[in-house]
Design a protein around this ligand. Structure first.
Ligand SMILES: Cc1cc2nc3c(=O)[nH]c(=O)nc-3n(C[C@H](O)[C@H](O)[C@H](O)COP(=O)(O)O)c2cc1C
Ligand code: SF4
Ligand code: SF4
Length: 429
């Protein structure tokens, strides 16, 4: 069995599965039960000046029968007094000395406030700090959370203030509500961050009730924007993690967050550069025990791959993530329909005919049966037909020789430029 233990910038944990700062990590009772269930670490529900939450604060987006495809919340940081949380953190750490207990923090963006809270939480024995620069609602309107996390200078300054007094590793949690997350990631590194975590939730409105015309959720007839998370955000989070992982100035380890609910998701986040991962929505949907399946699945996968340690996964796919301008334009795939598995639903023909390149012909075979055939010379390999096909194995996307040598867009532009004498350095990224 492989070694699942990890070390995120000096924070050690028996496995890479951490609960994200959120309702599952609200109390000592919960965190301790989570550790008993198998979670390796927990980022405590964000500490700061306790707030008052609204009643009615979560909503889910169900899609085509799948419950909680996305999850939306307008909850703020902890609503419990700091003293109570600190006492429970102390007790939890005492009971579980080998698990990672990280305190998530959010205060007003002043040096004094940061110094004060860092000292207080480190006194109770936390393994690390996570600075919540990501909460998109409520706190942001008061200059905290995403509001300060959207200003690279403030990310850097606040990280610096924390590092002035912190004795444990500092993780900066980034907001996705920004054009280029690598900018704030780089400023966190410049401020001295030991690691970054991403993503926090994405600005969202779960829906509008078309009968009452109220927002979902609504608080006595009024709503406000919330934060989106859960399986629906995974591709967005994975891209942001990958962009940070491949950026040469983002030199610190990453804790990946966003839509993770299976061991396969964990593997993907690790391959794209995460050292550890955090989960919120999946634990809220299915309970703490989903970690059991994650641990088993990851263990089996590592054994199958012949890997002795989970840490060997980290970053293995990062070099495969590139700029568009560096992709080979002469790589070619075409669709091939396998008659034996086709159920003649015609969905591929409609998709190609209406919205792609009109290259799936309706023919009749020697036995007089209607069949579909791809004109490979006209197929651009867009994948759409295979995406809409409901029958397993009915369409394969097959690599074919284009007869041309590899050539990227950027290489092409250089050649074109040198021929016309107007070489431009502009490249597509
Ligand atoms: C109800 C709720 C409350 C949350 N509260 C916090 C919080 O206090 N601090 C924080 O840093 N993130 C908070 N988050 C964000 C999560 O930690 C996490 O970044 C986000 O939900 C994405 O992960 P997921 O897709 O696994 O849910 C909260 C999320 C939810 C759903
Ligand atoms: S891959 Fe695209 S272009 Fe080719 S047959 Fe399918 S839908 Fe048409
Ligand atoms: S979508 Fe798939 S199953 Fe339907 S006709 Fe095309 S190949 Fe056959």
């Amino acid at each position: 069995m492989a070694d699942l233990s990890i070390d995120l910038a000096g924070i050690k944990s028996p496995n890479p599965f951490w609960l994200a700062s959120a309702p599952p990590t609200n109390t000592g009772y919960q965190v301790q039960r989570a550790f008993e269930a198998g979670w390796g670490g927990a980022v405590w529900k964000t500490l700061g000046d306790p707030i008052i939450n609204t009643s009615s604060r979560f909503a889910a987006v169900n899609f085509n029968g799948q419950r909680v495809a996305g999850f939306n919340n307008i909850e703020l940081i902890t609503d419990r007094p700091l003293d109570v949380n600190l006492k429970e953190i102390y007790e939890t750490k005492k009971r579980f000395p080998n698990h990672a207990v990280v305190a998530s923090l959010m205060v007003e963006p002043t040096q004094e406030k940061w110094h004060e809270i860092v000292k207080r939480v480190e006194d109770v024995g936390v393994d690390g700090l996570e600075l919540n620069f990501g909460c998109p609602h409520g706190m942001a309107e008061r200059g905290m959370g995403a509001a300060s996390g959207q200003q690279p200078d403030l990310v850097e300054a606040q990280t610096y203030w924390v590092k002035e007094v912190a004795t444990t590793p500092v993780i900066v949690k980034l907001t996705p509500n920004i054009t280029d997350i690598t900018v704030t990631a780089r400023h966190a590194v410049k401020g001295g961050a030991d690691a970054i975590s991403l993503i926090n939730t994405i600005n969202s409105l779960a829906g509008v009730d078309i009968h009452s015309w109220n927002t979902i959720p609504h608080i006595g007839g009024k709503g406000a924007h919330g934060g989106y998370c859960g399986p629906a955000v995974k591709p967005i989070a994975l891209n942001m993690v990958a962009e940070c992982a491949r950026h040469p100035e983002v030199t610190v380890p990453i804790s990946g967050i966003g839509g993770i609910s299976t061991w396969q998701d964990v593997v993907e986040f690790m391959l794209m550069g995460s050292t550890a991962i955090q989960v919120c929505t999946a634990a809220m949907h299915h309970g703490f025990r989903i970690v059991e399946e994650m641990i088993d699945g990851l263990n089996n996968y590592l054994d199958e791959k012949g890997l002795a340690s989970v840490t060997e996964l980290t970053g293995k796919s990062v070099s495969k993530y590139s700029n568009w301008g560096d992709l080979n334009l002469n790589y070619k795939v075409v669709a091939r329909i396998n008659e034996d598995n086709c159920i003649n639903c015609n969905k591929c023909h409609i998709a190609c005919e209406d919205t792609s390149h009109q290259c799936i012909d309706m023919l009749t075979n020697a036995e007089g049966k209607a069949i579909l055939k791809v004109r490979e010379e006209d197929c651009v390999g867009c994948n759409l037909c295979s995406i809409v096909c409901p029958a397993e194995g009915a369409i394969d996307m097959v690599e074919v020789d284009s007869g041309l040598p590899p050539m990227t867009w950027n290489e092409r532009q250089r050649v074109v430029g040198s021929l016309s004498g107007s070489y431009s350095k502009a490249e597509v990224v």
